[in-house]
Design a protein around this ligand. Structure first.
Ligand code: UGB
Length: 619
């Protein structure tokens, strides 16, 4: 042990009261713990000293019944901008937001393993839907690449028209995507991206930044614990708030600013609808000059979705921040109200739900990161062995952080907004395993399962197509959804409509692809995939149809196209019993192959392709 190690050991034993860690340890074991603690200095500003100070402060506040919001004098419903599809300004929001999207950096938090989901791999590798089997990561990247293409198209048309002034504002050719991974997801994420050639992005366009875990403690004195598995200090995840810390450490926001980028979009790993809502969300940010804008949706009282609240403070200032669902009711009760009181005529809580889709103004965000080191206000959530909340915890706990709490770091001059979307148009993540989803579905809550996320994805495609067509004056009929049940989860499933971003990322762009005089009819059991610059002059579909136009091609589907075939169906997976594991017939062999696929197991069905029609349009 050298001098600096000895100093650290002394400080740990005396100042930080962690002597128990080193009792009866060999010199080499002491050394390895010291090295682990030294390494932590790279991961957490101020290292173990700062971490334990924070832990003790938070534990003492927790025991005293204080929370992050104890100083607030009132908790009220925040003012949200409404961005329902039918809202008269919706299309305007999108039109304003779209050019802004070509000046965004994208940050995906994908460090969570999704224990609640019970899927063996990384969540971004799961298909959003099984019609085209597009995975979440491919889906996200395809949207970003489309924004990028639009940006580059704009730059080149500006350059053609004006070779002087706009040339100096040249837009970035590549929109960056940073993915926060963790020990649990890093390797698989890197492997998937490499195997799939970065889904069309350049490899240097994607940055992987791994979040590290923080030391766990087992009592109210914040005494660190040893992991019985390998005798190291037990480490646990610090939460998605780490994303700010990592961005700051990489110094990347300054680089993005220098490249001419103006906003950062932070998004979670399994909400496919987020990118459909993004143009309008950014439009609202730009129109209101918001430093931060959160996409919010209606939520049921007590539902496991954070709630956005407005806090007022004694000095007259206010903030708009997320309060987690497990503390909202207690917080409201402390102000003499309850969650159940504040409900609207549809039975939704008046406190809207946080979807963790955040748009931040890059210049202010970068300043805040530099000022705070990217540490958002943290919290502890210990569970005690005894009811008096004394002594040891049921299991070791740690300091945690959430990315949405970045709102708490901005100042009075920053406008923090939230924009309310219909849930069906903006938020349908994949979070729950089949058993939990089935319970939720039976109690009238969103199941947030693979089936519901897939069904909502198709429904959104249909809704956007219908809305765009009606604005254009087309005559459009889309078959109604029917309640389907797979593995105990009942959910409405309508025609399976997949609109690729290349077909349009806004209502305006989709409407451009439809001719005003066209009649469109899609039956309830149909499947329609539209990919590329495909123009529709009329369509009557009862079956499965894919229409695509390769890059650079403007294709026209023949007038009054009529397609009828047996199409595709969702077929329930056969539960494999021992006798089926030795299949004697081809059909059984096929079924057993499907039943073993994890992405189908979490759904309970597979795609049966009975018949389909494919049109590849050329110039
Ligand atoms: N994530 C990380 O990248 N690292 C981590 O350490 C943890 C998570 P969850 P959570 O939108 O429905 C949030 O676990 O945290 C990533 C809000 O707090 O799915 O329980 C992870 O990979 C809550 O207010 O969500 O709850 C994923 O991409 C609520 O609104 C993302 O962080 C809820 O999301 C979210 O992680 C919601």
């Amino acid at each position: 042990i050298d001098d600096s190690q000895r100093q650290l050991l002394n400080a740990l034993c005396e100042e930080l009261e962690q002597g128990h860690l080193f009792e009866d340890l060999s010199a080499s074991s002491v050394l390895s713990l010291l090295n682990q603690i030294r390494k932590f200095e790279n991961d957490y500003p101020g290292g173990i000293f700062s971490y334990l100070r924070t832990a003790r402060r938070l534990l003492s506040s927790f025991l005293g019944g204080e929370s992050l919001d104890s100083e607030a004098t009132s908790v009220t419903i925040p003012d949200c901008v409404r961005a329902y599809l039918e809202h008269p300004d919706y299309v305007k929001y999108e039109e304003i937001g779209l050019p802004g999207l070509t000046r965004c950096a994208f940050v995906l938090v994908a460090g969570g393993l999704g224990e609640r989901l019970g899927y063996p791999g990384i969540k971004i590798g799961i298909p959003v839907e099984i019609t085209t089997e597009t995975t979440y990561i491919e889906h996200f990247i395809s949207f970003i690449l489309e924004y990028q293409r639009l940006g580059n198209e704009r730059t080149s048309s500006h350059e053609a028209n004006d070779s002087t002034s706009l040339r100096s504002q040249k837009l970035p050719m590549k929109l960056p995507l940073l993915i926060m991974t963790s020990e649990d997801t890093h390797y698989e994420t890197a492997k998937l991206l490499e195997e799939k050639n970065y889904f069309g992005m350049d490899s240097d366009q994607i940055i992987l930044a791994k979040q590290e875990k923080v030391p766990a403690f087992c009592d109210t004195q914040a005494r660190l614990c040893i992991d019985p598995k390998d005798s190291s200090i037990l480490m646990k995840p610090h939460g998605h708030g780490d994303v700010h810390l990592l961005l700051n450490k990489l110094g990347i926001t300054q680089k993005w600013l220098n490249q001419g980028l103006e906003h950062v979009v932070l998004f979670q790993d399994t909400n496919a609808l987020a990118f459909r809502a993004l143009p309008a969300l950014l439009g609202v940010s730009l129109m209101n000059d918001f430093t931060m804008n959160s996409l919010v949706v209606p939520r049921k009282p007590m539902e496991a979705v954070g709630a956005i609240c407005k806090f007022s403070y004694p000095d007259g200032s206010t903030t708009t921040v997320n309060v987690e669902y497990n503390i909202l009711d207690t917080l409201l009760r402390s102000t003499g109200k309850s969650e159940a009181e504040d409900i609207d005529e549809d039975g939704n809580s008046k406190f809207p739900g946080n979807s963790n889709l955040l748009v931040l103004k890059l210049s202010r965000y970068s300043e805040i990161l530099a000022k705070t080191g990217g540490i958002v206000p943290e919290f502890v959530n210990p569970k005690f062995k005894n009811a008096e909340k004394k002594g040891s915890f049921k299991s070791p706990t740690r300091v945690e952080s959430m990315m949405q709490d970045i709102a708490r770091l901005f100042g009075a001059s920053d406008k923090i907004g939230c924009t309310l979307f219909e849930r069906s148009n903006a938020f349908s993540p994949l979070k729950n395993n089949v058993a939990d989803a089935s319970i939720k579905s039976k109690s009238g809550l969103a199941p947030e399962s693979a089936f519901s996320a897939e069904a909502d994805f198709y429904a959104n495609g249909g809704r956007l197509l219908k809305f765009a067509a009606e604005r254009k004056g087309c005559n459009i009929k889309i078959g109604a959804a029917n309640l389907e049940t797979f593995l105990g989860i009942s959910y409405p499933l309508g025609p399976r409509i997949v609109l690729k971003p290349s077909f349009g990322v806004t209502i305006g762009q989709i409407a451009e692809k439809l001719s005003a005089s066209s009649r469109i009819s899609i039956s309830s059991s149909s499947t329609l995939v539209l990919d590329g610059n495909v123009h529709i002059n009329g369509l009557n579909l009862d079956g499965a149809l894919t229409v695509s136009a390769p890059k650079g091609v403007v294709g026209h589907l023949e007038e009054d196209c009529y397609i009828q075939n047996k199409g595709y169906e969702f077929s329930p997976l056969k539960v494999m019993s021992s006798d089926i594991s030795k299949p004697s017939e081809d059909e059984d062999a096929d079924e057993s192959k499907y039943s073993n696929l994890s992405y189908l197991k979490i759904r309970g069905y597979r795609l049966k392709c009975l018949d389909h029609h494919e049109v590849l349009l050329r110039k």
